[in-house]
Design a protein around this ligand. Structure first.
Ligand code: AMP
Length: 637
């Protein structure tokens, strides 16, 4: 549509001629009834996109492709945990989604009702999400790694009619039972669902609750020939809620609309990911996270692409597994996270290079800062463009990226690129709220309203919290805060310097832990590092670093550790100045992270300060935090 338009003009138009721009993008999806108004921003900061339009996400993801590609792959399920590989064509996916939709209807689920999905990465999870969209129910997927307390708070907030779950997930060959956690969560929650639909994978025997639990396989048999038409919903009808943790204990239900989301995803598939119908998209995320919603399920399917749903680790059976899938299914677009690449980096790059990757156009990475050594390593190993995306659960699709589908542009190491079309990104002084217009000034990354289509509408059932949390933190102006620090160079490339809430202050100097991490990880012997600010009587805070070394044998060699610690400190001195030098650099074999790969810096910080690390239910491997505790205990004595 705009192949000849330069990116700067494309972006300018998306802001200055917003309605015309998005009105055109809206043609990328099917509408049952056209919208009357592109953007209603009469009541800021609440944006209502495509008012008056009637649409259905499931129709756009599945039904509309039946005409041209009914027998092409839609969903490719690969589990290296259970050694299963199964493909579903669009026709088969259409049938399965209708069966699931019929089951949900039989359980009394109506338009606007919530369905909570607590599932491992199996096709039935995708069927359930799409079935909800089909009947206008609002899904709320809760990551399978959450334990009962976190799950209970989400059940209470979402008040689902039905919960869809499974007996178990599996991780690294170990069965992880879900049902006991779910039963406990329901017992803890004041709200009780009327029914629980159980997919029995035969991994972990469980007890059914009579009158409440429904066996999916038997229910499916009753609805094999189900025909459930798409329920046309208002464009502003909520499609889902997805919980993200905030600074308070209570999770926020990020609420997304339907029409704006469909348009935003379709446009992103074209302008950012450059995925074409008939090709294959492989996102290694999990349906429990926003990337899973947007780029395992809805985005690729809306674009008529096959999507790979992968259950397993990137290194099992060996570190070549993902790349063998790229070869086998001719993946053209791949999406992962830097943390996964750092895991792969410990293995031989030949495991990647031995596969035929000629179908792959680019690898997109998002979710956390992409450090330069990691970006360089994967870029050399793949020989493909590596594109860093910056976004949040709240936005649903990238805020910063290179948009090669509009105009090819170079990437810069350490930068997720420029403001994506639709996002009026500003850098603001956190104290005064003033806009920082000159290059290379550090400010809060903020977005001027209205947020573009696809971004959060509000906090579920809590408009006030939406306004208070996101739109009131910058003094003197109503602007959306990302809570991230950033700088922008003279060419408009942004660099993210970490969360505004992770900032540390050493002797009056403000430092982003991210900057120190970047510096430390440029040492060739360091694989990964976490830096936290720890309370210090003299300096207010000091930086403490915990680094994973590439060669684990160093961990038992005290003299070598001391030497490396000195080298790392000198490196930081050299790169950032002595003010940023960590008071200690300790070496560990792994770092505490959530299962989605986010570093649990707050937990590390709490442990360093002798405080309770708080809720650790999302932590991947508890031994990581224990290692830090042990190191600290040794240091004190
Ligand atoms: P989540 O909502 O869990 O996806 O977390 C969003 C946060 O992750 C952002 O506010 C950033 O702090 C961080 N983040 C996401 N993508 C990037 C990226 N490409 N570079 C740096 N930080 C990122």
């Amino acid at each position: 549509m705009h192949a000849s338009v330069g990116y700067a003009e494309f972006h300018r138009r998306s802001i200055e001629d917003r309605d015309a721009f998005w009105g055109e993008q809206a043609a990328l999806v099917d509408w049952h009834k056209p919208f009357d108004r592109v953007c209603n921003y009469d009541n800021p900061p609440f944006a209502r996109w495509f008012e008056g339009g009637l649409i259905n996400l499931c129709h756009n993801a599945v039904d509309r492709h039946l005409k041209d590609r009914a027998d092409q792959n839609a969903l490719i399920f690969v589990s290296t945990e259970t050694d299963t590989e199964r493909t579903y064509s669009f026709r088969q996916l259409h049938a399965e989604v209708q069966r699931m939709a019929a089951i949900l209807r039989a359980e009394g689920v109506k338009k606007g009702d919530r369905v909570l999905i607590y599932m491992p990465m199996i096709p039935e999870a995708a069927f359930a999400m799409l079935a909800c969209a089909r009947i206008g129910a609002i899904h709320s997927v809760v990551f399978g790694g959450f334990a009962s307390h976190s799950l209970a708070s989400r059940i209470e907030d979402a008040t689902p009619v039905t919960i869809v779950s499974a007996d178990a997930g599996s991780r690294n060959g170990k069965v992880v039972p879900y049902k006991p956690l779910l039963d406990e969560a329901i017992a803890l929650s004041v709200h009780k669902p009327t029914s629980v639909l159980m997919v029995d994978r035969g991994l972990a025997p469980f007890t059914s609750v009579p009158g409440r639990d429904v066996d999916y396989a038997s229910a499916r048999q009753l609805h094999l020939d189900a025909r459930v038409d798409c329920e046309w919903v208002d464009a502003t009808h909520p499609s889902y809620t997805l919980y993200t943790s905030g600074t308070t204990g209570k999770p926020k239900g990020v609420q997304r609309d339907t029409g704006g989301y469909a348009v935003a995803l379709a446009a992103s598939m074209k302008h950012i990911y450059m995925g074409e119908s008939g090709e294959t998209y492989f996102s290694t995320s999990d349906i429990g996270w926003v990337v899973g919603h947007s780029y395992i399920i809805y985005g690729p399917l809306i674009a008529g692409m096959a999507t790979i749903m992968y259950e397993g680790l990137p290194i099992r059976p060996d570190a070549g597994i993902w790349w063998s899938l790229v070869e086998k299914y001719k993946v053209s677009v791949m999406f992962s996270a830097p943390t996964a690449v750092r895991v792969l980096k410990k293995y031989d790059a030949a495991l990647i290079a031995k596969h035929d990757l000629s179908s792959l156009k680019a690898l997109f990475l998002a979710g956390e800062p992409l450090d330069e050594p990691t970006a360089k390593w994967i870029s050399e190993a793949l020989g493909k463009p590596i594109i860093d995306n910056y976004w949040q659960t709240e936005t649903g699709w990238p805020i910063l990226s290179i948009c090669n589908g509009v105009e090819k542009a170079p990437t810069k190491f350490g930068s997720p690129g420029k403001a994506v079309y639709g996002y009026n990104v500003k850098l603001l002084d956190d104290q005064t709220g003033e806009e920082l217009v000159g290059g290379n000034q550090k400010g809060v990354v903020a977005i001027e309203g209205p947020l573009p289509p696809g971004c959060m509408q509000t906090v579920w059932q809590d408009d006030e919290r939406f306004v208070k949390t996101y739109w009131s933190s910058v003094p003197g102006r109503m602007v959306y805060s990302t809570f991230d620090w950033g700088i922008r160079d003279d060419e408009g490339y942004y660099f993210i310097l970490g969360r505004t809430d992770d900032v540390i202050n050493v002797a009056g100097h403000r430092l982003g832990t991210r900057e120190i991490e970047e510096s430390i990880s440029s040492h060739p012997r360091i694989a990964e590092v976490a830096v936290v600010g720890v309370a210090d009587q003299l300096k207010g805070q000091v930086a403490m670093a915990f680094a994973v070394v590439r060669d684990a044998s160093l961990l038992t060699d005290e003299a070598a550790k001391l030497k490396l610690e000195g080298e790392v400190m000198r490196l930081v001195d050299e790169q950032l100045g002595a003010v940023a030098r960590p008071s200690r650099v300790q070496f560990v074999s792994l770092l505490p992270k959530t299962r989605s790969g986010k570093m649990l810096r707050r937990a590390i910080q709490a442990v360093c300060e002798g405080r309770d690390p708080g809720d650790l239910t999302t932590m991947d491997d508890p031994s990581a935090l224990q290692q830090i505790k042990d190191l600290l205990a040794k240091t004190v004595t």
